[in-house]
Write a protein that binds this ligand. Structure first.
Ligand SMILES: [Zn+2]
Length: 109
């Protein structure tokens, strides 16, 4: 499964594939994804939130990984702690749109 994620900045036409999916809880997903176009790896953390009734939307956080980090995380059996990226630039997508962020996004704190 690959997904176009045009707002990422690893290359001109990012398309992400899941390389490693960690155990997910209800409404929450953590995975390591790789851009099929340029080979760059991204940490992906998504959390669903409820609007009203059965409607829900998703908030997502992306952090670009170095090849060494990706290698380590893909081999790990436990999902990486958010604190690992506490001082990193990332990209956040939520109900207010898409923006660059630094550190752990509010929706995960
Ligand atoms: Zn790319």
């Amino acid at each position: 499964m690959s997904k176009s994620v045009p707002f990422l900045d690893c290359c001109g036409q990012p398309v992400l594939e899941v390389v490693k999916a960690f155990a997910t809880t209800d409404g929450e997903t953590i995975s390591i994804r790789r851009c099929a176009k340029c080979g760059c790896h991204w940490y992906y953390h998504m959390k669903e939130y409820y609007l009203s009734g059965d409607d829900y939307d998703r908030r997502a956080w992306y952090v670009r990984l170095s090849p060494e980090e990706a290698d380590t995380l893909v081999k790990s059996s436990e999902s990486p702690a958010e604190s690992l990226f506490a001082d990193r630039d990332g990209i956040e997508r939520d109900e207010n749109g898409i923006r660059k962020s630094q550190g752990i996004p509010g929706f995960l704190q």
